[in-house]
Design a binder for this molecule. Structure first.
Ligand SMILES: *[C@@H]1O[C@H](CO)[C@@H](O)[C@H](O)[C@H]1NC(C)=O
Ligand SMILES: *[C@@H]1O[C@H](CO)[C@@H](O)[C@H](O)[C@H]1NC(C)=O
Ligand SMILES: *[C@@H]1O[C@H](CO)[C@@H](O)[C@H](O)[C@H]1NC(C)=O
Ligand SMILES: *[C@@H]1O[C@H](CO)[C@@H](O)[C@H](O)[C@H]1NC(C)=O
Ligand SMILES: *[C@@H]1O[C@H](CO)[C@@H](O)[C@H](O)[C@H]1NC(C)=O
Ligand SMILES: *[C@@H]1O[C@H](CO)[C@@H](O)[C@H](O)[C@H]1NC(C)=O
Ligand SMILES: *[C@@H]1O[C@H](CO)[C@@H](O)[C@H](O)[C@H]1NC(C)=O
Length: 799
């Protein structure tokens, strides 16, 4: 077994070692989507394995690849883009790219390739973009580009390239873009670049060649420049007039566009260039990332005019020493010729009125990204009394304007487009005097808080996005596009203010809802962008979004997922389209009101029932009874009164006039307890009643119709009735003041009815002669027990 185990281990080790030679053992890069892998900056040393055969884009830039091996791309048959720039690749196996027959883009720049092999590209019939810049090769291999018939962009050369031979560039036809870095070229075989034929855009990085070997520069220019070619001269220092001479060749060959990009240029050289250019066909001149410098203290003379020039483009243009900016006034001369001028990100402070008044050809002026302020713009526009009169478009975006001053432009009869975006505009004046021709106004990315009638009625497109607006309510009858996204607008603007609006962008505001009615108010609206995350996802809104809007005339462009609920809490941060509300949630108000009315009805019903069946009265009785039950009984000797008299207030006259004198003021004196005389003030009335009954030997009920209606009397009656039951003595005495029909006594006083049935009672006689007998009988009943009572017997009542 041990032996066998040893063999197994050895076999495993063998397999592990052997598998290392298969590229498929590489772990796949984890940053892969369905069809693309972004494996940039992962310090990879080897090409990772493909997660699937579908990968079309593989980015391996900024890693540590040194070698591309034969089988590295076997698993990538669908690859269309391969980026391997900024690695340390020294060698590429001749067969490495053979599987990549679909490859369209290949970037091998900034590596350490010291030779290029024609074998590599043999199968790359589809390749359109190839970048070989920044390597260590000194020559191109002949026939290298031969198979690349579809090539559109070729970036080639580098600091090490020293010779270009006759057939080096044969192969591609129909190249559109060539970037050639030959800064250290020593040998250029006449005609080799011309094999490519017409190229519309050529970028040359020839730097010191302009100084060292002008023949060579001329030869290259001769080969690449055709009529209508755009020529870009990059990464070069031009310091003398002499250096500019080879460019004469380009002008002679009909170049129409010249761009200096990433160039350092003395003012002397630039004036020389402009003089050379004066008779050329150049229509566009551009300076991008250009540093101008002065070689001597004197400013150069004004160059000759360049008649054909139409477009002047300056971007990131700088003068080395800022206070020499006046030296750039040679550009002033060009401004007077051109129709379109762009001076962006160039620290432009002002164009004086004297200059701008001469810019009569100018139709398009872009001075965005500079340091213009209100005053400088005012100067530039000659205070609204002149300036470039034929201007159609002016762009003052990204400067330091604080005030909207429409008046400055009012003399420009053709001005259609003003871009004042990304400034510091704070307040909109109540009215402004714009030119009548104005149709586009861009005020986005400022800090405006309010819109006023300053906005001209002639506007067709208005951009006020990313300000601090809370409402938008200015009538603009000709407006077709309105951009007010990124504000704090809380309500959908009234559509009737914009009868011609076709497009509304109002996303990322504080909108809580909008409805079909809101949209219908826009008579012509076709498209809407209103995504946001402050929506109140009510049933109406959700139903509207998920049903009605789909079929509405107004199209919401594929951004339904970006409508997010803010409330109710249960659906916060969820997409409106994902919300399914239940019947209950949708009709919550209805449910709640139904429930409330049910409860109310129930309450009323029970209240009615309580009233009908005197439930409250029974409860109080039960309570009183329980209380009485718990109370300790008093001893007979402690009795304080002979009788407690229970009577209705209405009968108090009888009690005071007849009863009290008859019983208390004649011998033997009886002690009576009367509620209005003997009750403890402040105590609970029921407690007082019970107390009085407890402390009295007898309880005297003065029965009358009033009595039956009196609440207290009912207590007294019932309490004494309990006591009666408890003690089983004859404590209750009934006196009938007037005849009472027993049927008229309410049902719940069944006890009283029973009493009247079961007890004898004394009747207050009609006959005055009978009164002394009545008192006698009463006294006999109340008197302490040692005296034998005498009853008056009533014949009408069954005992
Ligand atoms: C300039 O370039 C041409 C063409 O490559 C070459 O023949 C010539 O020797 C070069 N001259 C100098 C001075 O290097
Ligand atoms: C290169 O060819 C052009 C014409 O095609 C010719 O004018 C020029 O003199 C040649 N340059 C050299 C160095 O042979
Ligand atoms: C150059 O461009 C102009 C206008 O775009 C065109 O009319 C002319 O035919 C073009 N010339 C060549 C040689 O392509
Ligand atoms: C231009 O000059 C700046 C400094 O003045 C320098 O950093 C830059 O590399 C120069 N550009 C070229 C193309 O020489
Ligand atoms: C104005 O310049 C800004 C920034 O350069 C740019 O985004 C905008 O499109 C320009 N507007 C016009 C009308 O050219
Ligand atoms: C307004 O200007 C901003 C910033 O310069 C730009 O992004 C936007 O596209 C412009 N608006 C319109 C409608 O062109
Ligand atoms: C609106 O447009 C119409 C037709 O283009 C035009 O006649 C009218 O003058 C414009 N309104 C304003 C206020 O400019």
């Amino acid at each position: 077994l041990q032996l066998l185990g040893g063999r197994v281990v050895a076999f495993l080790i063998f397999v592990l070692l052997a598998s290392d030679s298969f590229s498929s053992s590489e772990p796949p890069c984890l940053r892969c989507g369905e069809t693309s892998c972004y494996c940039s900056r992962l310090s990879l040393r080897k090409v990772p394995a493909a997660p699937s055969e579908l990968v079309a884009e593989l980015d391996l830039s900024y890693n540590r690849l040194v070698k591309v091996r034969e089988n590295d791309f076997l698993t990538f048959p669908s690859l269309r883009s391969l980026f391997m720039n900024n690695n340390r690749i020294k060698t590429i196996h001749n067969k490495a790219f053979l599987p990549l027959i679909r490859l369209e883009k290949l970037d091998l720049s900034e590596n350490e390739l010291d030779m290029l092999s024609p074998e590599w590209f043999k199968n790359l019939f589809s390749l359109q973009f190839l970048n070989l810049l920044g390597n260590k090769y000194t020559t191109l291999d002949q026939g290298l580009l031969q198979p690349l018939k579809s090539l559109k962009s070729l970036y080639v050369g580098g600091a090490f390239l020293h010779s270009v031979r006759r057939r080096d560039f044969s192969g591609p036809v129909g190249l559109e873009e060539l970037v050639f870095d030959g800064k250290n070229l020593q040998l250029y075989a006449n005609g080799s670049l011309s094999e490519i034929g017409y190229i519309s855009c050529v970028t040359l990085g020839l730097n010191y060649m302009f100084e060292r070997n002008q023949t060579l520069v001329q030869d290259i220019l001769t080969d690449v420049v055709h009529p209508n070619t755009s020529l870009i001269l990059t990464d070069t220092v031009f310091s003398t007039e002499h250096q500019m001479l080879p460019l004469k060749t380009a002008f002679d060959l009909g170049v129409t566009s010249v761009t200096f990009k990433n160039v350092n240029m003395s003012l002397l050289a630039s004036t020389a260039f402009l003089n050379l250019m004066s008779d050329s066909k150049v229509t566009k001149l551009a300076f991008e990332d250009v540093q101008f410098f002065l070689r001597s203290r004197s400013y150069p003379v004004t160059p000759k005019s360049v008649k054909s020039l139409d477009v002047l483009f300056l971007k990131n243009v700088n003068i080395a020493i800022f206070y020499h900016f006046k030296a750039l006034s040679f550009l002033e001369h060009l401004l007077q010729i051109v129709r379109k001028a762009t001076i962006v990100n160039s620290k432009l402070l002002v164009i004086p009125c004297e200059t701008s008044a001469k810019l009569t050809n100018l139709e398009f002026l872009d001075v965005s990204g500079n340091i213009l302020m209100d005053l400088s713009l005012q100067k530039m526009m000659c205070d609204g009394n002149g300036g470039p009169q034929n201007l159609k478009t002016i762009n003052v975006s990204e400067n330091f304007l604080q005030v909207i001053n429409g008046k400055l432009f009012r003399k420009f009869k053709q001005l259609r487009h003003i871009d004042l975006s990304r400034n510091k505009l704070e307040k909109m004046p109540e009215s402004c005097d714009w030119p009548a021709s104005l149709q586009f106004l861009n005020l986005s990315s400022n800090i405006l808080t309010k819109v006023t009638k300053c906005l001209p009625g002639s506007l067709r497109i208005l951009d006020l996005s990313r300000n601090h607006l809370t409402v938008f309510s200015v009538e603009l009858l000709n407006l077709t596009e309105l951009y007010i996204s990124g504000n704090k607008i809380g309500h959908f603007p009234d559509g009737s203010l914009f009868p011609h609006l076709l497009f509304l962008s109002i996303h990322n505001n504080d909108l809580q809802t909008f409805s079909r009615n809101d949209l219908d108010a826009y008579k012509k609206l076709e498209s809407l962008e209103a995504r946001g995350s402050s929506y109140v996802c009510s049933c109406d809104f959700v139903t509207f979004m998920n049903k009605d809007l789909m079929s509405h005339r107004v199209a919401v462009k594929g951004e339904f997922e970006s409508y997010i609920c803010d409330s109710p809490d249960a659906v916060r941060h969820k997409r409106v389209t994902d919300i399914k509300l239940s019947e209950f949630e949708c009709h919550k108000a209805l449910f709640v009101s139904l429930l409330c009315s049910w409860i109310l009805a129930l309450f009323l019903l029970s209240a009615g029932l309580c009233y009908k069946f005197s439930v409250v009265w029974y409860l109080r009785m039960t309570c009183a009874w329980l209380k009485a039950k718990r109370k300790p009984k008093l001893k007979k000797g402690l009795l304080k009164y002979d009788a407690f008299v229970s009577y209705s207030e209405m009968d108090s006259v009888w009690v005071e006039m007849h009863l009290v004198p008859a019983l208390e003021q004649s011998e033997p004196q009886l002690r009576l307890c009367l509620h209005n005389r003997d009750f403890v003030p402040g105590g609970l009335i029921q407690d007082n009643i019970m107390d009085a009954i407890e402390k009295s030997r007898k309880t005297l009920f003065i029965l009358s119709r009033h009595f039956v209606r009196s609440e207290w009397c009912k207590y007294e009656l019932d309490y004494s009735h309990f006591r009666l039951f408890d003690q089983n003595d004859d404590a209750v005495v009934l006196i009938l003041l007037e005849p009472i029909d027993k049927d008229k006594i309410p049902k719940r006083f069944c006890r009283l009815r029973n009493f009247m049935n079961s007890r004898t009672y004394l009747e207050w006689p009609y006959d005055h002669d009978q009164i002394p007998v009545f008192w006698q009988n009463l006294r006999a009943v109340i008197r302490p027990p040692d005296i034998v009572p005498e009853y008056h017997k009533d014949d009408d009542v069954d005992p």
